[in-house]
Design a protein around this ligand. Structure first.
Ligand code: CA2
Length: 144
């Protein structure tokens, strides 16, 4: 099983600022959590981060025929991007949305998620564990 993990803008800055919201662990720590979970589950994982919306759209398009599932934290694009929503719909690969913070308890503009409309589930507010929960959700979905 091949899973693509996509992280949006500024997630590469984790651990550098705002530890109160996103924790003090770095992006490298996050990649380790995801990789360890994938190895433990026999999943082949690729982790991708980019700050540009169009590059994320290109990455989703290129996943067609290569990946069985997508875990995506679109970061700020969650709340704005119809382009990422359309790309996920276009490839029709099962996708799960993740947020490190509990977006439902934050500013009103973070309550909107366009991407969610193309996802089978969402995990928000579980820190880095949310990525592992999303991976497990995809594994269950793909096995059934
Ligand atoms: O909680 C999440 O995972 C978010 O997707 C993180 C995004 C935010 O725009 C979403 O509303 C919720 C922010 C990405 C990381 O931003 C940083 C800002 C300062 C320092 C480090 C990271």
């Amino acid at each position: 099983m091949k899973i693509l993990v996509i992280n949006g803008p500024n997630l590469n800055m984790l651990g550098i600022r705002e530890p109160g919201i996103y924790g003090s662990e770095t992006y490298e720590d996050l990649t380790r959590v995801i990789t360890d979970a994938a190895v433990g589950r026999g999943v082949d994982v690729e982790i991708f981060q980019h700050n540009h919306e169009g590059v994320i759209v290109d990455k989703i398009q290129s996943a067609l025929g290569k990946f069985d599932g997508i875990v995506i934290n679109p970061a700020a694009y969650t709340h704005t991007s119809v382009a990422i929503l359309d790309a996920l719909k276009a490839v029709s690969i099962p996708a799960v949305e993740v947020h490190i913070s509990d977006v439902s308890a934050r500013e009103e503009f973070r309550q909107i998620s366009y991407v969610r409309l193309a996802c089978i589930d969402t995990f928000a507010g579980f820190g880095f564990d949310g990525y592992v929960m999303a991976m497990d959700r995809l594994i269950t979905h793909l096995k059934n």
